[in-house]
Design a protein around this ligand. Structure first.
Ligand code: GTP
Length: 355
């Protein structure tokens, strides 16, 4: 079975992290987010994946190439204009052969895709939507179903009083080729607003398949940070100090810490995990890092403090600066003694798209 992953959005809510990096390439545990998704698809038997690209497509093609590094066959389908969530699938029609999967490229779902596909086959649906329960459905697309799991209605971002279910569209679909005939070519079309309602109106069977596995969309910096911390907490129960990293004997670690072997950790540094440190980072003497993600090549000078924050590539944090609950774009220099946060987002010097 083939899959289409939608990775052409601008990721505006994830700015400033997505100013110079496509959302699909933001690092999660020091590997591009998309690599985690591709590995999961491979584990469920998907062999060919169409990447539906638009905005900032080049870094994705350059990194993944033909897909051989991750063990899947990759095909690139690049839009001239954004075609929404369904339009790109129509554009990729030539690469689809029989039943196929569609995934939002900003969702990490530890779902049993094999069982969703099997349930789809048994039900005779034209489309099966993976569903996940959330505490607050008002910012998502809620799916109402019959007792047998047949989709009855979609309510996009319902007001609190309209909420009748906490099961939301998880952004992973199994589809029959027939669905393609409900997507007009060459124009922006959304599954959520256009195609799914049209299928329901035509009386086509659509089913929801509830999953209870871990699910998160990395649409915002907070959720992006959360995914890193959750995955690190899950995968490693002890601090990881690769032999290659230059760690001063007085540095102290607690919790799970991902530390590549080309990093330098100075005297008296304290790192409280979960924390992800990117390649070629340096943590100067006396600095403190907790519950944060550093991308590659950043430098914390002496006695810095970074907590609950994300710092993108190649930033320099001046001596004694304090960064709390904030997000820094790439290549920023923070003045010595600066206090950043809580809740601050700093854009890279090069700016960011239209802003
Ligand atoms: P925001 O600007 O923050 O809303 O992010 P987004 O537009 O990147 O993501 P959104 O949540 O709206 O879309 C869900 C998924 O669809 C993401 O993986 C996007 O990359 C993808 N996507 C959104 N619009 C397009 C599009 O026009 N073309 C393609 N190929 N993918 C898209």
């Amino acid at each position: 079975m083939n899959a289409v992953i939608l990775v052409g959005g601008e990721g505006t809510r994830l700015r400033p992290l997505t100013c110079n990096t496509p959302k699909a390439m933001v690092p999660v545990l020091n590997r591009p987010f998309l690599e985690h998704v591709l590995c999961q698809l491979k584990a469920h038997g998907v062999r060919t994946v169409v990447l539906a690209l638009g905005h900032l497509s080049q870094p994705i093609e350059e990194y993944f190439g033909d897909g051989s590094n991750v063990g899947v066959n990759l095909v690139y389908s690049v839009e001239k204009e954004p075609l929404g969530t369904a339009g790109p699938v129509k554009l990729a029609e030539q690469y689809l052969d029989g039943r196929f999967l569609v995934l939002n490229g900003d969702v990490f779902a530890d779902f049993d895709i094999t069982s969703i596909v099997a349930a789809h086959g048994r039900s005779g649906a034209v489309a099966t939507l993976a569903l996940t329960p959330v505490e607050d459905p008002t910012i998502y697309g809620v799916v109402e179903m019959s007792a047998e799991g047949r989709v009855k209605r979609f309510v996009e971002k319902p007001r609190r009083e309209e909420v009748t279910s906490n099961m939301i569209n998880a952004g992973l679909y199994v589809m029959e080729p027939e669905v393609l005939s409900y997507i007009p070519a060459g124009t922006k079309v959304m599954f959520e607003h256009n195609v799914f309602p049209a299928l329901l109106k035509a009386g086509k069977p659509m089913f929801g398949h509830a999953q209870t596995g871990y699910w998160i969309d990395i649409g915002t910096p907070q959720k992006y940070l959360q995914l890193n911390l959750d995955m690190l907490g899950k995968d490693a129960h002890a601090p990881q100090h690769p032999a290659g990293a230059l760690v001063h004997p007085t540095a102290r670690f607690s919790g799970s810490v991902l530390l590549p072997d080309d990093c330098i950790v100075g005297a008296g540094v304290r790192i409280a995990g979960p924390a992800v440190i990117g390649p070629s980072c340096q943590l100067g003497p006396g600095s403190v890092l907790s519950r944060s993600v550093l991308w590659s090549g950043s430098l914390l000078s002496e006695n810095c403090s970074v907590s609950a924050s994300v710092i993108a590539d190649q930033c320099v944090i001046g001596t004694g600066a304090i960064i709390d609950n904030s997000v820094l774009g790439d290549h920023l220099a923070i003045a010595p003694g600066a206090r950043i946060g809580p809740g601050v987002k700093l854009w890279p010097k090069t700016g960011c798209g239209a802003t």
